[in-house]
Design a protein around this ligand. Structure first.
Ligand SMILES: Cc1ncc(COP(=O)(O)O)c(C=O)c1O
Length: 431
C-alpha cells in the first residue's frame, strides 16, 4: 500500500522510467536468460506466439482448468488451443495426455504449475525434445525462491494415495526446464505489480524476435494506469461494502463504463476475444513488481507457512486433501475437494468470508466465460470438469494472517462436522 502511494506521487513516471529496466535485469539474473516485459501475462504470451510465427491452424497444447486469457492469446495469434487432460491430484497436465494430443501441427506446450503445484517438467521436457516443440512454463501462480533452512526440497507427499505418483516435483525445479517462462504480475499472482507480465526466453534467436516486438509495443493509457493504481482503494471503499447488499455488480459496471476501474478481464475477453495489440509494461507497475520481487522470499515463506498450517490441520481432521499439495510449496491458494463446494462458499459468504476466486465451477475460468468461445467443448477434459466443481480454495495471499487461517479452518471443519457432513469427500474416494 505504501509503495502504491509512493508511485502515485510521481505521475510523470507512470509510463516510462528506470523501474522497467531494473525489473528486466532482476528477472534476467533470476532465470539466467533474456527477459522481456509487456502490459500483462496474456500479452506476453501473444508476443511469444507472434515471435515463433505461429501459423493459422497451428496448435498449442494447454490444460483444462485454466484462465480464459491463455486460449484467447492463442486464438489472437491465429492458433488453436488443444486441451490435454489434467491429473486430479495435481491439477496439472499429465505427460501421457500431452503426448496423445501431439500432431504435426503442434508448436508448443504450456504447463501451468496450477496454484503452485509443480508440473512434471522433466517428463514434459523429454516429450517436447522428442517432438521438437517448445515447452512454455507458465509461472503466473508460483515463482520459486530458496527453501528456508530445514525444509526438505522434495519430500514424499504427506497425503497418502498409495501410488508412486503421490511424489510430486519440487518447487525448486520450476522455471528450470522450459524454453520460455511466462510471467504474470497481475493482482493475485505469485508476485504482483497490480498488472504486468513478461517472458523469459532461453533461445537467442527467439529472444531477438521478442525484443523487436517489445520495442514496437504501445503504451498503456494514463487513464488505465490511474485506474490500476486506484484499484485497491476503489475495491475496498466502494465495491466490497456493497457485496453483502448484492449491489457490487451494477456499481462495477458503472465504474467500468466510466473507465474508473481496471477489470482483470474485459467483456470482450470474457467472450473469447483478445486484442492483437501488444503494450509495454507501465513503469509504475514495474516499480511495484520490483518491490514484490524483492520480497519474494518473505512472500513465499508466508505462503509456505499457511500451506503447512492448512495441510497439518487437514490431515489431523481427516479433510479431503489433494496429494499434489506439499508443505514446502508456496501455494498461491490451497485447494481441497468438497462435494458441494459452492454451498460451503455460500455459507461462508454469509459470514463475510469470500472464497470465490474465479477458479470454481468452470474448466475455462472464470465461470462467466462460455467455454465454447475458448475452443473448449464438453468432455474434452472430464477430470478437470469434475475437479473444478469440487474445488474449495483457501487463501494464502500475503495479507492473509495465521489468525484468519485458524478461524477459517475452524469454520470449515464445523461445516464438515455439523452442517454439511456429506460435503467431506476424501481424496481417495474421488478417484
Ligand atoms: C495460469 C495463468 N497464466 C497466465 C495468466 C495471464 O496473466 P495476466 O492476467 O497477467 O494476463 C493468468 C491470468 O489469470 C493465469 O491464471
Amino acid at each position: 500500500m505504501r509503495k502504491i502511494l509512493a508511485v502515485s506521487y510521481v505521475p510523470w513516471k507512470y509510463r516510462h522510467g528506470e523501474s522497467s529496466e531494473k525489473l528486466r535485469t532482476a528477472l534476467a539474473e533470476k532465470f539466467q536468460a533474456k527477459a522481456f516485459l509487456f502490459a500483462s501475462g496474456r500479452e506476453s504470451l501473444l508476443a511469444l506466439l507472434k515471435a515463433i510465427r505461429l501459423k493459422a491452424g497451428e496448435e498449442v497444447i494447454i490444460q483444462g482448468y485454466t484462465c480464459v486469457v491463455l486460449p484467447n492469446a492463442i486464438h489472437a495469434a491465429g492458433g488453436v488451443p488443444i486441451y490435454a487432460d489434467i491429473d486430479e491430484q495435481t491439477l496439472n497436465l499429465t505427460p501421457a495426455s500431452v503426448e496423445a494430443c501431439i500432431t504435426p501441427r503442434t508448436r508448443a506446450v504450456i504447463c501451468q504449475h496450477t496454484f503452485g503445484i509443480p508440473s512434471d517438467t522433466k517428463a514434459l521436457r523429454e516429450i517436447c525434445d522428442r517432438y521438437k516443440i517448445l515447452l512454455i512454463e507458465d509461472c503466473a501462480h508460483i515463482l520459486p525462491s530458496p527453501l528456508p533452512a530445514g525444509r526438505q526440497a522434495n519430500p514424499l507427499s504427506r497425503v497418502e494415495r498409495g501410488d508412486v505418483s503421490a511424489q510430486t516435483n519440487s518447487s525448486q525445479e520450476i522455471g528450470k526446464l522450459g524454453d520460455v517462462i511466462l510471467l504474470s504480475f497481475g493482482r493475485d499472482k505469485a508476485i504482483s505489480g497490480i498488472a504486468g507480465g513478461g517472458i523469459v526466453v532461453r533461445n537467442a534467436s527467439l529472444a531477438r524476435e521478442v525484443e523487436l516486438l517489445e520495442k514496437t509495443a504501445s503504451d498503456v493509457s494514463l487513464r488505465e494506469i490511474i485506474a490500476l493504481l486506484e484499484y485497491g482503494p476503489r475495491m475496498r471503499c466502494i465495491v466490497r461494502p456493497l457485496i453483502a447488499l448484492g449491489l457490487h455488480r451494477p456499481i462495477l459496471k458503472i465504474l467500468n463504463g466510466l473507465g474508473l476501474f481496471a477489470p482483470i478481464l474485459t467483456e470482450r475477453e470474457r467472450k473469447g476475444c483478445a486484442s492483437p495489440l501488444l503494450r509495454k509494461i507501465p513503469n509504475a507497475c514495474a516499480f511495484l513488481t520490483l518491490h514484490s520481487l524483492s520480497r519474494l522470499k518473505a512472500i513465499n515463506d508466508h505462503r509456505r507457512d499457511l500451506t503447512t498450517f492448512y495441510l497439518d490441520y487437514g490431515l489431523r481432521h481427516g479433510w479431503p486433501l489433494l496429494s499434489g499439495v506439499q508443505d514446502h510449496l508456496p501455494m498461491q491458494k490451497f485447494p481441497l475437494f468438497v462435494s458441494n463446494a459452492s454451498h460451503v462458499r455460500a455459507e461462508l459468504r454469509r459470514q463475510n468470508i469470500h472464497l470465490d476466486d474465479g477458479w470454481t465451477g468452470c474448466v475455462i475460468c472464470p465461470d462467466t466465460v462460455e467455454p465454447h468461445d475458448a475452443g473448449y467443448e464438453e468432455k474434452m477434459d472430464p477430470v478437470a470438469e469434475k475437479a473444478c466443481l469440487q474445488i474449495l480454495s483457501l487463501p494464502t495471499h500475503p495479507t492473509m494472517t495465521m489468525m484468519q487461517a485458524q478461524k477459517l479452518t475452524r469454520l470449515i471443519d464445523d461445516f464438515f462436522k455439523q452442517q454439511l457432513p456429506q460435503a467431506r469427500r476424501p481424496a481417495a474416494e474421488s478417484k
